[in-house]
Design a protein around this ligand. Structure first.
Ligand code: FES
Ligand SMILES: [Fe+2]
Length: 410
C-alpha cells in the first residue's frame, strides 16, 4: 500500500514535469516578521511544540545494540534513550530520582547507570536497583522511584519520543501514516557513518530552508549549481511534508556510473525503490531527510534541528547514514567528502544567510515576510506551527484523529 502511494506521487511528478507545471498554493501568504523574533512566542513554541509533540530523537542506527544509550538535552529537558535487551528502545527523563542529577551523559553502552552525585544506581530499563548506604538513608519504595518514562516509538529505522510523560497523543497517530512511507528508505540495518552539530539561526528561519527548492539555484549556485531546478511539488501527511521535483527523469546512481532513467517509460514495478523516495522528506517540526551518493554508495543526510536558548539561535545535528558501511579507503574518503560538502552547503550558505536574515528581521522594520504560491511547504509549515502552538492538549488528540489516512482498501 505504501508503495502504491509512492508510485502515485511519482506519476504525479512525471505528469507535472511533462506539462511544465507545478502544484501551486492558492495565494501568496504573509507571515508576521515577529513570528521569527518574538521572544515570548519563541518560549511558547518550545513549550507547546518541542516539549509536547513527538520528536524524532535518533536514527535507530545510532543505538544499534542492546545497552547502547544516548543522553541529550532538548529545550531544557534532559532525555536518556537506551536500547533494551529485547531490542526495544526506552526513553527516560534523565534525572536521578534522589535529587535530580542526570544519571548519564554523552553516549555509550551500559547496562546500568550510577548517579555521580550520591551513587544511586539504575538499570537501563529505568529500575532503581541501588540506594547508596541504604541503612543510613532510610526506607523508600524502590519500585516507586524508577526513572520517569517518556512515550517512545520506533518505526522506519527512526526513533521518536515525546518529552511529556503524561502525553495522550499516540505517536503513530501523530505521524499520520508518514512513517509507513519512510519505511521505503529501508533505514533498518543502515549504519551511522558520521555526525556533527552546527549552530544556526531561529529554528523556523532555519527550517524554512529545508522546505523550498526555490532558493536552490540562487543561494547554492556555487555548490549545487545554478541550473538546479527550482520547482517542487509538496505532499502533505498531516504536518509532515515531502518535496520533490516535478520531472519524468531520475538519476540512478550505481557504482561510478550515473544513469538517467525515463520514469515515464517504466512500469510501476520497474521503478526502483530509491527513486520513489527522492527529494526531501521533512518530519514536523524539525527533521529533514534526503538521499546522497558519495562515491556511488547509497546514503542519506538526516538533519535534526532544535531551538537554541535564544530566539535567534538553533542547533542542528546532521547524521550521515549509509546503507552499507564503506570499507576501503577510497569509499571512506568519498563518504567523508560527501558529508563535508553538505556541511559547507548548510553552514556557509543556508545558515549564514539565515543568521543575516534574522539580524535584519530583528530591526523590527519589516512587518511581514512572504511565501509565494510556489512555496507551499513554508506556508503549510507556518500554519501548523501556529495551529499546534495554540492547541490545548485535548485539541491535539482531535487534530490528529482528523488527519489519519483513510483505511479504504486500495
Ligand atoms: S542525586 Fe543521584 S544519587 Fe543523589
Ligand atoms: Fe538550502
Amino acid at each position: 500500500m505504501a508503495r502504491n502511494t509512492l508510485i502515485e506521487m511519482t506519476r504525479s511528478l512525471i505528469a507535472h514535469g511533462d506539462a511544465g507545471t507545478m502544484e501551486l498554493a492558492d495565494e501568496v501568504v504573509r507571515i508576521p516578521a515577529s513570528a521569527y523574533t518574538d521572544e515570548t512566542l519563541f518560549e511558547r513554541e518550545k513549550r507547546q511544540i518541542f516539549r509536547r509533540l513527538p520528536l524524532m530523537v535518533a536514527p535507530s542506527c545510532e543505538l544499534p545494540e542492546p545497552g547502547d544509550y544516548k543522553a541529550m538535552d532538548i529545550c531544557g529537558v534532559p532525555l536518556l534513550l537506551t536500547r533494551q535487551k529485547d531490542g526495544t528502545v526506552a526513553a527516560f527523563l534523565n534525572m536521578c530520582t534522589h535529587r535530580g542529577n542526570p544519571v548519564a551523559s554523552g553516549s555509550g553502552n551500559a547496562s546500568r547507570f550510577t548517579c555521580g552525585y550520591h551513587g544511586w544506581t539504575f538499570k537501563n530499563d529505568g529500575a532503581l536497583i541501588g540506594v547508596a548506604s541504604p541503612q543510613d538513608f532510610g526506607a523508600i519504595d524502590k519500585a516507586a522511584h524508577c526513572l520517569t518514562r517518556f512515550p517512545v516509538y520506533e518505526s522506519a529505522g527512526l526513533i521518536w519520543a515525546t518529552l511529556d510523560p503524561n502525553s495522550k497523543l499516540d505517536i503513530a497517530d501523530y505521524l499520520c501514516g508518514y512513517d509507513e512511507l519512510l519505511k521505503a528508505f529501508e533505514f533498518d540495518g543502515w549504519h551511522l557513518f558520521s555526525q556533527r552539530t552546527l549552530s544556526g539561526p531561529n529554528w523556523k528561519t532555519a527550517y524554512d530552508g529545508y522546505l523550498d527548492f526555490y532558493h536552490l539555484p540562487v543561494l547554492h549556485a556555487n555548490t549545487f549549481g545554478s541550473d538546479f531546478y527550482n520547482r517542487a511539488n509538496y505532499f502533505a501527511f498531516g504536518p509532515h511534508q515531502r518535496l520533490s521535483t516535478p520531472s519524468r527523469y531520475a538519476i540512478k546512481v550505481s557504482g561510478e556510473d550515473d544513469m538517467k532513467m525515463d520514469l515515464a517509460a517504466m512500469n510501476d514495478d520497474e521503478i526502483p525503490q530509491e527513486v520513489l523516495v527522492q527529494g526531501v522528506w521533512t518530519i514536523f517540526p524539525h527533521i529533514s531527510i534526503a538521499s546522497f551518493y558519495g562515491g556511488g554508495l547509497r546514503g542519506a543526510m538526516i538533519s535534526q534541528l532544535f531551538p537554541g536558548d535564544k530566539v535567534g539561535e538553533s542547533y542542528t545535528t546532521q547524521f550521515y547514514v549509509m546503507e552499507h558501511k564503506p570499507t576501503d579507503e577510497a569509499a571512506i574518503k568519498a563518504a567523508h567528502d560527501q558529508f563535508d560538502f553538505l556541511e559547507i552547503v548548510v553552514r556557509d550558505e543556508d545558515y549564514k544567510t539565515g543568521k543575516r536574515q534574522h539580524q535584519a528581521l530583528q530591526s523590527g522594520l519589516m512587518k511581514d515576510v512572504l511565501f509565494g504560491r510556489n512555496e507551499r511547504g513554508g506556508q503549510v509549515f507556518h500554519q501548523w506551527v501556529d495551529k499546534l502552538t495554540n492547541a490545548s492538549d485535548d485539541d491535539l488528540i482531535e487534530i490528529f484523529a482528523a488527519e489519519q489516512p483513510s483505511l479504504a482498501a486500495e
